[in-house]
Design a protein around this ligand. Structure first.
Ligand SMILES: [Zn+2]
Length: 214
């Protein structure tokens, strides 16, 4: 792997971002929101056009300072060894279109992926999900190319300037927020909401033994 000469500013604002990335990666692995070496997360260095993202190939559990990569909003690598996550382009598309976003979290969690495969949205069935997430649309791609994915992501973001999450069909959750921690919290909430929605859908085949409230 090539060694990249660091071009980080000397008044380094990246350290708190890196600490938050590592904390949230560990948490996601511990609660099995993401197993194996899938998933990725990133954060924006405040007041700069720099994004720090997990390196490709390492698990959330293995995530350490040495496998965090810093790139510009245009994708030029300015710090860190190795390669940035393969989903860097989607992260950058979100940051470019949403200046309010300072953290992006992505995982391949099963309940959300399964629900997305059969439905056009994951219903925000709980009051908590409704208030915290608003809506959970599904992104379906019409092509396999990076360009097709980016065009679809950009269209989805343009259609709803307050969008906080979406689930890509056959892929996983993308959550983006003012902090990395909030992006991870919201991804957890999407997965939990998808699981509840599944149970509620299944329960429609069970004879209830109580009257539902009106
Ligand atoms: Zn992925």
């Amino acid at each position: 792997m090539s060694k990249v000469m660091s071009r980080l500013p000397t008044n380094d604002l990246s350290e708190p971002v890196k600490r938050s990335l590592l904390t949230n990666a560990k948490r996601a692995y511990e609660i099995r929101l993401q197993t194996g070496n899938g998933g990725n997360l990133s954060g924006r260095v405040p007041g700069t056009d720099l994004i720090i993202i997990k390196a490709s190939g390492c698990s959330f559990d293995q995530c350490a300072a040495e496998n965090l990569i810093t790139v510009t909003l245009d994708g030029e690598q300015v710090d860190g060894d190795g390669l940035p996550s393969r989903e860097l382009a989607t992260h950058l598309a979100i940051y470019k279109q949403r200046p309010d976003v300072h953290g992006v979290f992505h995982c391949h969690s099963p309940w959300a992926i399964a629900y997305a495969n059969f439905n056009n949205t994951i219903p925000t069935v709980t009051l908590h999900a409704k208030s915290k997430l608003g809506r959970i649309p599904i992104l379906r791609l019409s092509g396999e190319t990076t360009q097709a994915r980016l065009a679809a992501v950009q269209a989805m973001l343009a259609a709803d300037r307050n969008l906080r999450v979406f689930v890509e069909d056959l892929h996983g959750i993308f959550s983006f927020a003012s902090t990395i921690e909030l992006a991870r919290y919201n991804a957890e909430l999407v997965e939990e909401t998808a699981q509840i929605a599944w149970f509620m859908a299944l329960s429609e085949h069970v004879t209830p033994n109580r009257e539902r409230d009106a």
